[in-house]
Design a protein around this ligand. Structure first.
Ligand code: PLZ
Length: 465
């Protein structure tokens, strides 16, 4: 372990054993649900009024409780309520909010220097993060990385790198895919509302093919891959494809887990045709699915991997990591940005990775997944609106349908989510049809909160039916 930590660029040993307080993200934030007002409470409502007056309406809010503190598996609001967090800020704080090692490293770094711009005068923590990414991402080939600020920026750069490497232009993406809100990534994203509506024109040379969606298409992975490949061959032409960009488990699109064999077949096709296989692991990465990366499940080795979210325990950082010869294709100076790989965000990433390693959060994600799957499956037996239970590790979801059909029921999905919120459980919805409830607890969530959160969910079904 000492060697591993040294490899992460540790200046001082700041590793502490996991105790109840470190597991819960801080000694003074009790790991309990506590409701002292209605949700949202009066202080949150007052802040919401100010927010409505001064923040652009286009920035939506899922649950308008204003946060005072957050740690481990809870979010404490300005009214003194404490909510159970099944969202992790959209799959970001896997290590828990304000994780001890993240806080310690950020504090140290912020006092040393906050920014020089890596492209002007470089610094060690950027290199430390790239080394860690090279070790942790799938495959044992020589790898290089470049760091950015957001997931969308990482995906854009993966496309730039793929085009530069192949000399081709076409980008293949999938139904229900989500890759961001910038112009190119809006084009890659499938869903119109709310992400794209009225924001076009979008970037050209983007082609969308069907995803493997077992609940709806009933296809084996190989057959679903062949369906996609046939379309690429006929409508795009293999020789034109710069890259295939895919989320190994789709996030915003509905936590869609492709049938086994789908991803390996696509990766094989890319290998045969010279297209770059890009795994967008921005939502699935960093132990969320019970492995370091979701591709590990079927031993798929992507050419490039995009990461963000869970990488840095809440600070904005993103990366493209991949085969050295592909990563080195763009000319010197062709990649970058003022803040990409900001030193404070890099320090946070080192703290987050340290936390995942020392506390084996991949194993913790698997055990959270087992609890969630068995409770959700049991709920599905009793609540006939639950059409499908799916996911992997601590990335689980239920798809809600009109009983006895596969027709989406977004109305009941929204009602269940609101009932959970009112009881102090933060849950998120997703899905092309808005009919998927997704569960992304911090991986450090204590068992009793996980259990209580699932019980609230169960009761929410009873209260809405
Ligand atoms: N790729 C797979 O999940 C971000 C979006 C929230 P950014 N998903 C959350 C919202 O409504 O904006 C995401 C993702 C995958 C790319 C992204 C984009 O990452 O850091 O939000 O740019």
């Amino acid at each position: 372990m000492a060697q591993e930590l040294f490899a992460l660029g540790f200046r001082h040993s700041i590793v502490v054993p996991m105790t109840d307080s470190t597991a819960s993200g801080g000694p003074s934030l009790p790991q309990e649900r506590r409701l002292v007002t209605s949700i949202p409470g009066p202080r949150s409502q007052a802040l919401l009024e100010r927010r409505t007056a001064s923040v652009a309406a286009g920035v939506g809010i899922t649950l308008p409780v204003f946060v005072e503190r957050a740690g481990g598996g809870v979010i404490a609001d300005v009214d003194g309520n404490s909510l159970i967090d099944f969202g992790s800020g959209i799959a970001v704080v896997g290590v828990g909010n304000a994780a001890e090692a993240v806080v310690a490293r950020v504090q140290e770094q912020v006092a040393r220097f906050t920014h020089t711009c890596f492209m002007v005068t470089p610094y060690d923590v950027y290199v430390d993060v790239c080394e860690a990414l090279g070790r942790l991402t799938p495959g044992h080939h020589e790898k290089k990385s470049a760091l950015f600020n957001s997931g969308a920026e990482a995906v854009e750069n993966a496309v730039k790198i793929s085009r530069s490497h192949t000399g081709r232009q076409a980008v293949v993406v999938f139904d229900h895919g989500y890759h961001g809100r910038t112009n190119l990534t809006m084009a890659l994203t499938a869903k119109n509302m709310p992400y794209k509506h009225g924001f076009g024109p979008f970037a050209p040379e983007v082609y969308r093919v069907p995803m493997s969606y077992p609940f709806h298409d009933g296809l084996e992975g190989a057959a679903a891959a062949q369906r996609a490949i046939d379309l690429i061959d006929k409508q795009v032409g293999a020789a034109n494809v710069a890259c295939v960009v895919i989320e190994p488990i789709q996030g915003e699109g509905g936590f869609i887990v492709p049938a086994p064999g789908f991803l390996p077949a696509l990766a094989d096709w890319c290998r045969q045709t010279g297209a770059v296989f890009v795994a967008d692991e921005i939502q699935t990465g960093f132990c969320r699915t019970g492995d370091w990366f979701a591709c590990d499940d079927e031993n798929v080795v992507p050419d490039l991997v995009t990461t963000a979210k869970g990488i840095a325990g809440g600070l904005p950082l993103a990366a493209v990591t991949g085969r050295a010869e592909i990563m080195d294709a763009p000319h010197v100076g062709g990649l970058g940005g003022t803040y990409g790989g900001n030193p404070v965000a890099c320090a946070a990433a080192l703290g987050a990775i340290e936390t995942m390693q020392t506390h084996d959060l991949a194993a913790r994600a698997r055990s959270i997944g087992e609890v969630m799957r068995s409770r959700l499956t049991e709920m599905a037996d009793r609540h006939d609106v639950i059409g499908d239970v799916r996911g992997r590790g601590a990335m689980m979801a239920i798809e809600l349908v009109r009983p006895g059909t596969r027709e989406p029921d977004a109305a009941v999905t929204g009602a269940v989510a609101r009932a959970c919120h009112a009881e102090g459980l933060v849950v998120l919805t997703c899905g092309t049809y808005g009919n998927v409830l997704r569960f992304l607890p911090p991986l450090v969530m204590p068992d009793h909160l996980l259990d209580e959160g699932l019980t609230i969910l169960d009761k929410a079904f009873a209260s809405t039916s």
